[in-house]
Design a protein around this ligand. Structure first.
Ligand code: FES
Ligand code: FES
Length: 161
């Protein structure tokens, strides 16, 4: 039986009609809403590349059933910034060339945003702990950490959150 599921994505209310309430949020974002920035990696909540913010908390959405996000506020990588007006994290990742293939970066940027929202001055160990659930197969970890530190500094100096 088709059901309507209503929630908010990047500040906009959305309503999707689905036959299966267990459909993962990741599939809904990509297939129903056309938001292709959130990646499918393992599909097993192991790699972190499908991370989105759900009511401000970073969560993997590849196995999160759509029924569980009804009424919640979702932020995807598309909600962070635009090419014309990138989020300081996005700009810092570009400046530091913090990715190689880039496949992991949407998830990492979302996790980093959640960290900086809570802790504007994270230490390097705190960044490492926050990003522990995000795997980067290219081994860009050092540049990723530098980029998060740089974005944090810029945001403290008056950039936008
Ligand atoms: S695709 Fe969701 S954690 Fe890997
Ligand atoms: S930049 Fe390739 S997986 Fe992270």
């Amino acid at each position: 039986m088709t059901q309507e599921f209503k929630f908010t994505v990047n500040g906009k209310p959305v309503s999707v009609a689905l036959d299966n309430e267990e459909t993962p949020l990741l599939n809904v974002l990509r297939n129903e809403l056309g938001l292709m920035g959130t990646r499918f990696g393992c599909g097993l909540e192991q790699c972190g590349c499908c991370m989105v913010l759900i009511d401000g908390q970073p969560e993997k959405c590849c196995a999160k059933p759509v029924w569980s996000v009804v009424g919640k506020e979702i932020v995807t990588i598309e909600g962070l910034g635009t090419p014309e007006r990138p989020h300081p994290l996005q700009q810092a990742f570009l400046d530091e060339q913090a990715g190689q293939c880039g496949y992991c970066l949407a998830g990492i940027l979302i996790t980093a945003k959640a960290l900086l929202d809570k802790n504007p001055s994270p230490t390097r160990p705190e960044i490492a702990v926050a990003l522990d659930g995000n795997i980067c197969r290219c081994g860009s970890h050092n540049r990723i950490m530098r980029a998060v530190e740089k974005a944090a500094a810029q945001m403290r100096e008056g950039g936008r959150a």
